[in-house]
Design a binder for this molecule. Structure first.
Ligand code: ADP
Ligand code: MG
Length: 695
């Protein structure tokens, strides 16, 4: 349970002065529903009110705080004219200007002959110094409470800085002194303050440098957040390790026969990945391993061999893919070899019905079918296994954690292998999985040639089409990827259909089309016609549906239209569809000039390298972590204060810190351990605390 000391921070924002239900909604929109969310809402800029000149010295254009004597009021004579108040000091005069102001309000605010401190932007209008709608008007006594430097917070329509400032001051006043969870020596070494002091400092920037991610107060808060993230992940992992697992270690007979039946040899990194996986499976704990490999690096066969390891022990394995096309493709890769070595494989997708489906269900339930390959149809209730020991999940970021768990629940102590073709930079891996065991396929299978990637402006499209004609004559197959039109699948489609029609004008019926709105069967048919040697189509116009996984080795040319609209990761995934055979491949990035700076950088990187991990790192630099994979769909956590582009080192430090912490005090029982529990609650990692012994 959340410690009492944190209760004030977890009150709704409507508990703060000035925030009613209506403004509460707006605060929730920019920061979040609780007081603590508001505290994490750090200033983005500042207003410096320390400039306090005499009137005669005040520079127009600057924010100034002036002590003035109120003089004559000049009310507006008609509604379009402003209400003016003349003020003076011993050096000169200044007009305070109000539009649409009620006279009684201005009179009360600025009583003639009294002295007031006014703060706002100085302007010069027709040679007269003015301040329009001062930000602050206070008495000399009240002036002490004026913030000399005012933080400026990100806002939304209807939410003013004044409101947020007031609420923030109240929120900060609620913030308690908390027991220190950081190591004292580490704080000293970095010159960091305690939590509360750092929080106060982060909300009271004095100069622009204080707003930077590397400002000491911000680093401290970011480190707290990262430490909470890493600690929570480590606790969950430690808990999983304690769950009963089973040692799965086959005798190798099926694997050896499969290897003999493969028309190629495993690459070094495939062998290494397989060895990692087999070692994990042999352990009595549950495996949770990530197999990362670029498109075409050969993950499927590694997964298949791991599945055979389970089958050798008399158990079963399942492979789950995110789409129908991918599930079928895995099936087509695996089934012929499985058949040769006498292992039965079933394909289960949403589309298979009737007798064959029932036969598959029966075979899985009684154990005569050893391997199931399918889509999310695999975790429907009527799918039961005799003895599932290994679940392989492909393209993991498309599935939620929940679905992974559902699949695992279909067996006893199921080992889990997660495959992803999205190269996740090391830093993001850490935040999403902590120290998840990971194997990387870093080499391409032998015989692959580098892809010749070129950027060509759209106005030279005619030359590109001539080039395609030549390529077709020499037997090539061509992908033509159509641009992504923002937020509208409909217009994606229109663009693709139009392009198909145009290409048909030149190449007749040899031009196919595949897009996301097509029915599964139609999609498969279009893919099959393109994949087959004499299937009728040699050019496949596609929207981004071909992005993931599809394998047509004869395809050696890809045109990406409006390449400047695609993200780096997407371009990389798309290009991975070619260069899969022994022939030389070409990728043409058709772009609309002029390119923005970022778009130019993206195209440059994609031309320079095919290394998915490098591309992902560059992508992180260009975009920032949150956007990288589309945080929500990827399941990657979003941080409030940590900025992975700036705080990558802190993340690594937090991971190491957590290792030490848990070695010394696995259940967070000692003094620092208890403080760390508070940290976990502060960052709403309540679930992680549940993995601890209570106390
Ligand atoms: P991924 O799933 O990693 O994108 P796949 O497993 O689909 O890649 O493999 C891509 C292609 O490479 C497949 O046609 C597969 O048969 C082939 N392949 C896999 N491993 C090797 C290897 N070691 N040597 C040659 N070809 C391989
Ligand atoms: Mg694959």
């Amino acid at each position: 349970m959340r410690p009492e000391i944190l209760f004030p921070l977890f009150a709704p924002v409507t508990a703060l002065p000035g925030i009613g239900p209506r403004l509460g909604k707006l605060v929730e929109k920019v920061a979040g529903p609780a007081v603590v969310d508001l505290l994490w809402h750090l200033p983005a800029a500042l207003i410096d009110r320390r400039y306090a000149p005499k009137i005669a010295e005040a520079t127009p254009g600057r924010i100034a705080t002036l002590t003035v004597k109120i003089g004559k009021h000049e009310p507006a004579h008609n509604p379009r004219r402003p209400y003016k108040v003349i003020c003076t000091d011993e050096t000169g005069a200044l007009q305070l200007v109000f539009f649409n102001a009620r006279a009684d309000w201005v009179t009360k605010l600025l009583p003639p002959d009294e002295v007031r401190v006014v703060s706002g932007r100085i302007d010069s209008f027709q040679g007269v110094l003015q301040m329009t709608h001062p930000d602050h008007v206070v008495t000399v006594e009240e002036a002490a409470s004026l913030q000399a430097v005012e933080p400026v917070y990100p806002l939304t329509a209807g939410l003013t800085l004044k409101i947020v400032n007031k609420a923030m001051r109240a929120a900060l006043a609620r913030a308690p002194q908390l027991p220190e969870w950081q190591d004292a020596a580490w704080l000293a070494r970095n010159g960091w303050q305690g939590w509360l002091a750092a929080l106060m400092a982060a909300h009271a920037p004095e100069r622009d440098a204080d707003l930077e991610p590397l400002a000491a107060s911000r680093q401290r808060l970011a480190y707290d957040e990262l430490l909470a993230n890493q600690l929570a992940l480590a606790l969950v992992r430690a808990h999983q390790r304690k769950l009963a697992g089973r040692a799965v270690s086959g005798d190798g007979t099926l694997r050896n026969r499969a290897l003999a039946a493969l028309p190629y040899r495993l690459t070094q990194s495939q062998q290494q990945a397989l060895a990692d996986i087999l070692a994990d499976m042999a352990e009595p704990q549950r495996m949770l391993r990530l197999l990362q490999g670029d498109v075409g690096s050969g993950k499927t066969v590694v997964a298949f061999l791991a599945m055979l390891n389970a089958v050798e022990t008399g158990a079963q394995a399942a492979l789950m893919a995110p789409t129908e096309i991918l599930a079928r493709q895995h099936f087509q890769t695996i089934e012929p070899i499985a058949e040769k070595i006498g292992v039965r494989v079933a394909l289960l997708t949403g589309r298979d019905r009737g007798k064959s489906r029932q036969a598959a269900l029966d075979g899985l339930a009684d154990g005569t079918i050893a391997i199931a390959i399918g889509t999310h149809a695999l975790f429907q209730d009527e799918v039961a296994f005799d003895d599932l020991a290994l679940a392989v999940v492909d393209e993991q970021h498309r599935f939620g954690v929940h679905q992974r768990v559902t699949l695992a629940a279909k067996g006893r102590a199921v080992d889990m292998l997660v495959m992803t073709a999205t190269p996740i930079p090391r830093t993001l891996m850490l935040t999403a999985y902590g120290d998840l065991d990971a194997s990387r396929l870093t080499e391409k299978p032998a015989g692959r040639q580098p892809i010749d990637t070129r950027a060509v402006p759209l106005d030279r499209i005619a030359e590109v089409i001539d080039g395609i004609e030549r390529a077709l004559k020499s037997g090539a197959k061509v992908y033509w990827v159509c641009p992504l039109v923002e937020e509208s699948e409909q217009s994606d489609l229109a663009a693709a259909a139009e392009r198909q029609a145009e290409l048909k004008g030149r190449f007749d019926e040899r031009v196919g089309l595949v897009h996301g709105r097509m029915k599964g069967t139609d999609k498969d048919r279009a893919m099959e016609r393109f994949a087959a040697r004499d299937g009728g189509t040699d050019i496949l116009v596609a929207t981004t549906v071909i992005e993931v996984g599809v394998d047509v080795p004869a395809a050696t040319v890809m045109v990406i239209e409006h390449a400047e609209r695609f993200g780096l990761a997407q371009l990389h995934q798309l290009r991975g569809r070619i260069g899969r055979g022994a022939a030389k491949s070409t990728c043409i990035l058709l772009y609309q000039a002029p390119l923005s700076e970022v778009a130019r950088a993206r195209l440059q990187i994609i031309r320079e390298t095919e290394d998915g991990f490098r591309i992902a790192e560059e992508d992180l630099k260009l975009r920032g972590a949150g956007e990288l994979l589309g945080t929500r769909q990827s399941g990657l956590p979003e941080f409030r204060m940590a900025d992975l582009a700036a705080h990558g080192d802190l993340l690594a430090a937090a991971r190491d810190d957590v290792k030490l912490i848990l070695e010394r005090d696995a259940d967070l029982m000692d003094e620092r351990g208890r403080a760390l529990r508070t940290l976990l609650y502060l960052f709403q990692r309540d679930a992680a605390v549940k993995n601890l012994r209570s106390g």
